[in-house]
Design a protein around this ligand. Sequence first.
Ligand code: NAD
Length: 309
Amino acid sequence: MKEIKKILICGGGMMGKGIAQIFSQRKDLEIIIYDKFPVDVYEGIRINLTQLKNAGVISEAEIEDSLSRIKFTQNINSEEVKSADLVVECVLEILEMKQDLFAELESIVAKDTIFCTNTSVMSPTEISKKLKYKNRLVGTHFWNPAYLIPLVEVVKSDYSDDEIVQQVHELLLSVGKKSVICKKDVPGFIANRMQHALWREAIYIVEQGIADAKTVDDAVKYSFGLRLPQLAPLENADMVGTDLTYNIHDYVLKNLCSSQEPSSLLKELKEMGKLGFKSGEGFQKWTDEEIKTSKEELVKYLIKMIYKK
Ligand SMILES: NC(=O)c1ccc[n+]([C@@H]2O[C@H](COP(=O)([O-])OP(=O)(O)OC[C@H]3O[C@@H](n4cnc5c(N)ncnc54)[C@H](O)[C@@H]3O)[C@@H](O)[C@H]2O)c1
């Protein structure tokens, strides 16, 4: 089994910074961020760490300690890149870019360096297409904000070595992540399949005039959404009984949205430039103040849920 001492993060954007921050908690790891462009990775990571300090999760000294373990380079041929034991790729969601980057890295790093891709939706099997040693690549799907959301889905490609999957899983557990293994390379992996089944139905309810967007969100927040972190779907199905669950599905499923395409309402909003927070209007209207509050409240909520602070 390969000893992991140096972790290379490719792409110092939002996810890359968050993931570097996660690994920087471990004093025995060195983190190198490689980006093609000049990015101030330290500023973003410091902002995240300061949120944790302000909530009483970490100390000022721990901020400096974490940052001291992170290096940045724009040189893919540098010694830091060459000596990486494990790579987490976080560049743009463009298949060819990911494939080419891994192919280039394969010519630079050691034969047994482990490759992880943080793709949101793409197939790790396809991402490994240009590699000679495809067995060394797995998906590691972190969730945004990566330094707060515990889940990481470790996704097996058609070629991934079981031993590498297990090693990546254990590495993630060692930095406090809730790592789960997705045994098949399927679109949406595990959690996004469920998340988007819910979003499809939420949009459908609005589209059908059953309720407006705010009401749909409230119906989730004040019912099953509230208990989800404690009682997830399959435990809930067991709690109420598989017989009752069967009867409910037998009656209701045929009435739910089963569209294979994005909804026409969603398409219309996109085409009208109603892009949500980005434009101040999507399914609902948003003021700058509401947008700021929404983002701040999410971080506060996550810190409270995860760190009990
Ligand atoms: N944003 C999310 O919520 C989220 C969640 C899970 C997974 N992801 C995935 O993570 C990846 C990164 O997303 P992000 O939101 O951090 O994007 P981002 O745009 O914030 O960051 C991408 C970074 O990659 C750099 N880059 C671009 N081309 C490069 C190259 N050829 N070599 C090296 N660096 C390069 C850019 O300069 C930028 O700093 C994407 O695949 C995305 O789908 C995103």
